[in-house]
Design a binder for this molecule. Structure first.
Ligand code: BTN
Length: 321
């Protein structure tokens, strides 16, 4: 209904009466009024003059499905794209679709999230119209232990897409934070539903700070955006398409690191050759990160010379947020 009202307002030169809209759409005038108010909440500026009806004054620049598709070669990730103005979390929305049988590659993109989720139960700031909030459904024929690499593999795809589209020197903080300089520009939340021997589905949720001008006080020391780094505004649709292309490329031979990709990942990973610290079972462990293995784990040399493979958790890197 909101879409139909926007279409009608866009095709009208001046004001269009509530009565006319209700006739055109076959709904009551109250329903029109409610939808117009909801559109105002979504960022549209609609002038409502009591005798003339409604006039569209400003429409926010949205991520349009067509703009993504024109930049995307037909492939799995992004084969079916759902764009939303608002949702609590694109991961949650896609989880529901997955439980209803949505197919491999289904992608949900929202303009805004009211409860965007980050890793480790944090929240993800999801301001309207500035970032990319996107989730991709993957349904690999694999057991849970076979997909340990998925998190860094997607991190590499997102980092490469950002580098190619923006020319920035984006890097990866293990396992999959994308950083520019010492601040984070993108994050990935991977959620999975699985039996002990078979994955039902994986949801890869990607958040990228694209055209944000400011961040809330509590995150501004550690968050940045592509706009803040370059002074340029970027097309979110083109960048979303680039991310989907890179994901498709990295998944062509299954869900894992090819030798080339692993080498590329290591080159871009700022955690390597640095002192790192991680909380493991309530104990802070520190050491030097010396590699990433083919399973995507961070290899850390402990002070006593022993090697430890770290597969999850928040790994602090000296000098980075
Ligand atoms: C992180 O903490 O680094 C992960 C952030 C992931 C944010 C994205 S935005 C799209 C998707 N939906 C969510 O609720 N979270 C992910």
């Amino acid at each position: 209904m909101k879409n139909e009202i926007i279409k009608a307002l866009k095709s009208s030169d001046g004001y269009i009466s509530g009565e006319m809209l209700s006739k055109q759409l076959g709904v009551s005038r109250t329903a029109v009024w409610k939808a117009v108010n909801a559109l105002k909440q979504d960022g549209y500026v609609i002038d409502s003059a009591s005798h003339n009806g409604y006039k569209l004054v400003y429409a926010p620049e949205l991520i349009e499905k067509e703009d993504i598709l024109k930049n995307l070669t037909p492939s799995a990730a992004g084969c079916e794209i759902i764009t939303l103005l608002n949702t609590d979390s694109t991961n949650n929305y896609l989880k529901k679709l997955a439980s209803e049988g949505a197919g491999h590659g289904t992608t949900v993109i929202a303009e805004q999230q009211s409860a965007g989720k980050g890793r480790l139960s944090r929240m993800w700031y999801s301001e309207r119209g500035t970032g990319i909030y996107m989730s991709v459904l993957l349904k690999p024929m694999a057991a849970p232990h076979e997909i340990s690499c998925i998190t860094p593999v997607i991190g590499l795809a997102v980092c490469n897409a950002i580098r190619k589209e923006t020319g920035t020197d984006a890097k990866i903080k293990w396992p999959n934070d994308v950083v520019i300089g010492s601040k984070k520009v993108a994050g990935i939340l991977t959620e999975m539903s699985a039996q002990s021997d078979m994955i039902d589905y994986i949801i890869v949720g990607i958040g990228i700070n694209v055209n944000n001008e400011v961040f809330a006080d509590e995150i501004k020391y550690k968050a940045t955006s592509l706009l803040l780094e370059t002074g340029e505004n970027f097309s979110r649709a083109a960048l979303a398409a680039a991310v989907l292309c890179e994901i498709n490329k990295s998944l062509t031979d299954g869900i894992g690191f090819s030798k080339v990709d692993l080498e590329e990942y290591k080159k871009l990973c700022i955690s390597l050759d640095k002192e790192v610290s991680v909380m493991l079972r309530g104990k802070m462990v520190t050491g030097r990160a010396i590699g990433v293995n083919s399973g995507g784990e961070l290899v850390v040399r402990l002070p006593d010379g022993e090697l430890m493979n770290i597969s999850c958790g928040e790994v602090g890197v000296s000098g980075v947020y």
